[in-house]
Design a protein around this ligand. Structure first.
Ligand SMILES: CC(C)(COP(=O)(O)OP(=O)(O)OC[C@H]1O[C@@H](n2cnc3c(N)ncnc32)[C@H](O)[C@@H]1OP(=O)(O)O)[C@@H](O)C(=O)NCCC(=O)NCCS
Length: 200
């Protein structure tokens, strides 16, 4: 996954953070969450091809060039209130994943998605850090009343992160998905704004 590493340009004058060139929406201690730019096409394609993320897609892997291009074009054309952000690690600077909240403006709920492409970036709290920032933004700046997401029942990492952040399971379709030759559950979790932030 070295191809995701973006040679860090020298910080621009007046931009000691090193986030120059990025359209940053949210900043956390170790991350920038920024809108995808046309020049992020290859990094986004690498995310789609990462095995841990490819297994989440409802299409056979590897994803075709045409579909990958269509997905990326759709991301670039999203209106600003529909967040689908690149997760940038600050040091060393690299685009390492994506996180989204696709909101329903009528009912004011949002569907979350998250993925870190490289196994080396997982398990260090970065996913939780990104999700915490996006959840806070969704409940305050976007005014959503509820967030939800679905996950495979064997996904211990997202389950643990979600519970830590206050999500609760509200539905489970048993033996719903065929993954790596085994039937796994499909689980829905939700979090209401009034339950945010969760008790420390
Ligand atoms: C899900 C994901 C975003 C979580 O981000 P992360 O940075 O790896 O997770 P964190 O380091 O913040 O850890 C979150 C929790 O999961 C636990 N965890 C991390 N990796 C784990 C693993 N492989 N197995 C079990 N638990 C794990 C951590 O201990 C932590 O629990 P805690 O809060 O109780 O201490 C990341 O693992 C990922 O991108 N996975 C592949 C894509 C994916 O599954 N996306 C979600 C689809 S619904």
């Amino acid at each position: 996954m070295e191809s995701l590493v973006d040679d860090p340009p020298p910080p621009a004058p007046g931009d000691p953070s090193g986030a120059s060139g990025l359209d940053v929406v949210l900043t956390t201690p170790r991350l920038w969450l920024a809108r995808f730019r046309p020049e992020d096409r290859d990094a986004h394609r690498a995310l789609l091809d990462a095995p841990a993320l490819a297994r989440l897609l409802p299409v056979p892997a590897p994803i075709s060039d045409e579909l990958a291009a269509a997905v990326f074009a759709q991301i670039l054309s999203l209106p600003p209130e529909q967040l689908h952000l690149a997760i940038w690690r600050k040091a060393p600077r690299a685009l390492i994943g994506s996180i989204g909240v696709h909101q329903d403006p009528r009912d004011r709920h949002g569907a979350m998605s998250i993925g870190l492409g490289d196994a080396a970036d997982r398990g260090h709290g970065l996913g939780t850090e990104a999700a915490r920032a996006v959840i806070g933004h969704a409940f305050t700046a976007l005014g959503l009343r509820k967030l939800w997401f679905d996950h495979h029942g064997d996904n211990a990492a997202v389950r643990a992160a979600a519970e830590r952040l206050g999500f609760r399971e509200v539905g489970r379709q048993r033996a719903h998905c065929l993954l790596d030759g085994a039937w796994v559950d499909w689980v829905t979790m939700e979090l209401f704004a009034e339950a945010w932030p969760p008790p420390a």
